[in-house]
Design a protein around this ligand. Structure first.
Ligand code: ARG
Length: 266
């Protein structure tokens, strides 16, 4: 079933929108071999899987919007480079960076040791934990309760997938994997799965938007904290330096907090 569900999800959807031109490019940092991605007036391609509000989602006009877009725009503006945004299936997002189809990934991506072997990550820009989403009335107190369920849903290849494997076993047939979270949320709505494991800030946003329509987010102590980072290719150190400098600056000058308030107002 998983394969056909994957095919049905529209992973190949393509869309892009160019950010409002960020000021003039920073004077090319000289001698020490600036990485290709930072050359001149080039518009850097930023890829994300826009199925993950409030971090990234596709608005009705086919433009990608969200916290990650605003953060990336603010960094690019600060550092004087130009960016455009591109939809990318989650499954394959890391390969697309490596292949040079895009230059930067910002997509609610958790920094993990394994991923750090494949690409460069920025300093952390957001903190989450994995949480469990269940229909109201189901009680979950610890991951032990998950083991009693028949079907636990995750997005394929996410840290939620890893968390599920850790609890239920890597080969457990209880783990149901789909290509993106909105598809998985439908499954919990219809009762096709008993619970979904995903990132706290995204699940919280979903529960909030649903109002009192019957879902609960359960935080369990067993899941550890995760940090989101922005990724570039291993050899794009010069670009990563700029991203980190920009991130630091927007955190210091209040811009980051402004963006946070816009998406995560209490
Ligand atoms: N934080 C999780 C991970 O890195 C999930 C990220 C999913 N992001 C997305 N835009 N769909 O594995």
């Amino acid at each position: 079933a998983t394969a056909s569900l994957l095919a049905a999800c529209g992973g190949g959807q393509s869309a892009s929108n160019t950010a409002p031109a960020a000021s003039t490019p920073a004077s090319a940092s000289s001698a020490t071999g600036a990485a290709p991605a930072t050359d001149g007036d080039k518009v850097l391609k930023v890829a994300m899987n826009a199925n993950f509000p409030p971090f990234e989602s596709m608005n009705p006009n086919g433009q990608i919007e969200g916290f990650d877009v605003d953060v990336m725009n603010a960094i690019a503006k600060e550092e004087g480079f130009k960016v455009s945004y591109h939809q990318q299936a989650w499954d394959g997002i890391f390969a697309s960076l490596k292949a040079g189809d895009n230059d930067i990934l910002i997509s609610g991506i958790t920094i993990t040791d394994e991923r750090k072997q494949q690409m460069l990550f920025s300093e952390p820009y957001y903190k989450i934990t994995q949480v469990i989403l269940v229909p109201q009335g189901k009680s979950i107190k610890s991951v032990e309760d998950l083991k009693k369920m028949d079907k636990v849903g995750v997005t394929l290849g996410t840290t939620g997938d890893l968390a599920a494997q850790k609890i239920l076993g890597a080969t457990s047939e209880k783990i149901i994997r789909l290509e993106n979270l909105p598809l998985m949320l439908k499954e919990v709505e219809t009762g096709a799965v008993d619970a979904v494991i995903s990132d706290s800030a995204v699940v919280a946003d979903y529960v909030k938007k649903k109002g009192d329509k019957g879902f609960t987010m359960v935080e369990v102590p067993d899941f550890t904290v995760e940090y989101y980072g922005i990724a570039v290719r291993q050899d794009d150190k010069a670009l990563m330096d700029k991203i980190n400098a920009g991130l630091k600056e927007i955190q210091a000058n209040g811009e980051y907090d402004k963006i946070s308030d816009k998406y995560f107002a209490k």
